[in-house]
Design a protein around this ligand. Structure first.
Ligand code: F6P
Length: 321
């Protein structure tokens, strides 16, 4: 089957670098003589027919912009087969031959179902700050979010040191520990609380009290949101230590212009996604492994993340103090 028309959408939580991938998809497809349509608001726009034709000039000056010009959404209707059927019919009625989905785990599940139920060609680009897609060492937006978290930690450290305080800093990442562990390392935090690891708060408190006796007065502990609310951990700490403060970095981590790495990753992944469709890879994901772009099965990408990677995060914690 010859691919003549492709649609591209961004879905789920936006991530820095999505625009770079859209730009690359549009420009590479145009160069290959393929018509491109952007779908606004992710799967929602696929159902409600929000298709817009895109040419090379429509993606000018978006490489440095955070968020996504195509908008992103989480779509309940697409969880139902009826919704997916509507989406499929809308694609077919426009003679679209392939769909590129830029999003996270949930968006990849949706793409897989569209392929399995209707045979529609799909390729996924992992766009999420969480770095939690199986089979790829990096997801688009993770590097930028990590740098945002690190800068926030640097700033909090200034005030923590000046006022001899303990800070718990909550970072995003759903059930993934990636932002938490790497920002803790990069920001020079003393400890990190992550999901799937029993947190020995008593031991942490003892370490802080010991440290204080020896003259170490301030302490930064990073909390992965999947491990629980930083405010709740702080309540436990306050039973023993006064002057504990909490910062939730929150959605700041999703915004901002993409880092150089995410811009390049978006460019490479966008091109690879179009190329994959052209080569008849119709149920695939694009990934990043050993400094190179890879194309692998979508089924592999939606599997739970490799245990090896998770235990790697756990090992890194021991470097902190
Ligand atoms: O998946 C990206 C992410 O930012 C997670 O880290 C976070 O748990 C979630 O999305 C927040 O979602 P929302 O923006 O819908 O509140």
């Amino acid at each position: 089957m010859k691919i003549k028309r492709i649609a591209v959408l961004t879905s789920g939580g936006d991530s820095p670098g999505m625009n770079c991938a859209v730009r690359s998809v549009v420009r590479f497809a145009h160069w290959k003589g393929i018509e491109i349509f952007g779908v606004m608001h992710g799967y929602r726009g696929l159902i409600s027919e929000e298709f817009i034709p895109l040419g090379p000039r429509d993606v000018s000056n978006i490489i440095s912009r955070g968020g996504t010009i195509l908008k992103a959404a989480r779509c309940e209707e697409f969880y139902e087969k009826e919704g997916r059927e509507k989406a499929y019919k809308n694609l077919i009625s426009r003679n679209i031959d392939g769909l590129i989905v830029i999003g996270g785990d949930g968006s990849f599940h949706g793409a897989l179902l569209l392929h399995q139920e209707f045979g529609f060609p799909v390729v996924g680009i992992p766009g999420t700050i969480d770095n939690d897609i199986n089979g790829t060492q990096r997801t688009l937006g993770f590097d930028t979010a990590l740098n945002t978290a690190m800068s926030a930690i640097d700033k909090i450290k200034d005030t923590a040191t000046s006022m001899d305080r303990i800070f718990l800093i909550e970072v995003m990442g759903r059930l993934s520990s990636a932002i938490a562990v790497f920002s803790a390392l990069a920001g020079g935090a003393e400890d990190v609380i992550i999901p799937g690891e029993r947190t020995d708060l008593k031991n942490m408190i003892e370490k802080i009290e010991e440290g204080r006796k020896k003259g170490k007065k301030s302490w930064i502990i990073i909390v992965a949101e999947g491990a629980g609310k930083a405010e709740e951990f702080a309540r436990e700490f306050r039973k023993y230590i006064s002057d504990v403060r909490v910062t939730v970095i929150g959605h700041l981590q999703r915004g901002g212009g993409p880092s150089a790495f995410d811009r390049i990753l978006g460019a490479l992944m966008g091109q690879a996604a179009v190329q994959a469709l052209l080569e008849g890879k119709h149920c695939h994901a694009i990934g990043w492994r050993n400094d190179d772009v890879i194309v692998y099965k979508l089924q592999e990408a939606i599997k739970p993340q490799d245990r090896g990677k998770i235990s790697f995060y756990h090992q890194l914690i021991h470097i902190l103090t």
